[in-house]
Design a protein around this ligand. Structure first.
Ligand code: GLV
Length: 317
């Protein structure tokens, strides 16, 4: 039986599955392992089932025991792992696509609604009580008829587009390549981010975090948007230069932001919290029970497939 280290607790159904297939080392207290602890715990293991809370950079990957052949990430994103360093050491890296697209798209829509309809301010007022209703009290931006720009039209982007269309939004998108018409479903393609941002009344960031997308929202690109645009991010914090977005929010160039992901999670930039029009969530994209079980099971299946066949459909490096 192969031995695997599972760095964080999974939902019970997935841990039971792991126990049947592998000799699994569990993290019963769900503590956040330091890099040196991960190296120590990997001793004698054939694979690691990691989570986005572990940064597996070149330094730690180079120190892993030679027996480690696979890192199966419990996430669709894999910006926490240095893919090249893993490849150089002959370690396969896998992710959990598709199973979390519905849940994440739901949060993507929630961010759009939350930011456009001033939900943070609304919740605060409702909790305080005694608000004074008036015709212009907490009026927000209606979605019907507004243009939604989708940055990264993968599975999650396409699902957000579908739901947003039913809310009356007009969909524009930028992607590395134009989609086929059946996937586009009427969405309008832009071959540059400048072109996309300039028509985005609302932006939904859905692309992976890579070297190319790091700080794609920055001092310069924020100026491409129409005045009073809304920016939402359901993908990764690394795509946004926080200082540039906070400055644009404070100048009202950007009307509101809806954020589920941040640089240096869980320590989001405190500047966001001072701005009433910012709607923030604590990285809830895939947080439903069914989805988390499906992700755990897929992360386990990826390891099983890799050791059985020498390859894995969800290998990303
Ligand atoms: C969640 O953020 C994921 O990448 O799965």
């Amino acid at each position: 039986m192969k031995k695997i280290l599972i760095t964080r607790r999974l939902i019970r159904e997935s841990e039971d599955k792991a126990s049947k297939l592998f000799e699994a080392k569990f993290n019963s207290n769900d503590e956040l392992y330091s890099q040196s602890k991960i190296i120590e715990m990997s001793e004698g293991c054939d694979g690691i089932l990691s989570s986005l809370t572990e940064k597996l950079d070149a330094d730690i990957i180079n120190k892993l025991p030679d027996s480690i052949k696979i890192i199966s990430n419990f996430a669709v994103g894999f910006g926490n792992i240095d893919l090249d360093a893993a490849k150089k050491r002959g370690i396969a890296v896998t992710n959990t696509p598709e199973v979390l697209s519905d849940a994440t798209a739901e949060i993507g829509i929630l961010l759009i609604l939350g930011a456009c309809r001033r939900v943070s301010e609304g919740i605060e007022s409702a909790r305080e009580g005694g608000w004074k209703w008036s015709a212009d009290y907490l009026i927000g931006k209606q979605l019907t008829g507004t243009r939604l720009g989708i940055l990264g039209m993968g599975r999650i982007g396409q699902k957000i587009a579908n739901i947003a269309k039913s809310l009356g939004m007009v969909i524009h998108y930028h992607n590395r390549s134009k989609l086929s018409e059946d996937k586009e479903q009427g969405a309008i393609y832009h071959d540059s981010i400048k072109s996309l941002f300039s028509v985005s009344d609302v932006l939904s960031i859905c692309c992976p975090a890579t070297k190319e997308t790091e700080n794609l929202i920055n001092k310069e690109t924020v100026e491409y948007f129409p005045k009073g645009a809304v920016i939402t991010n359901v993908a990764r914090g690394d795509i946004v230069d926080d200082e540039a977005l906070i400055d644009a929010l404070n100048r009202r160039k950007i009307y509101a932001a809806g954020l589920d992901v941040y640089k240096n999670e869980p320590n989001l930039n405190p500047g966001y919290l001072k701005i009433p029009s910012v709607f923030v969530l604590p990285h809830l994209g895939s947080a439903t029970k069914d989805t988390r079980i499906a992700m755990g099971n897929l992360a386990i299946d990826n390891i099983e497939e890799f050791f059985r066949t020498g390859n894995c459909v969800n290998k990303v490096n």
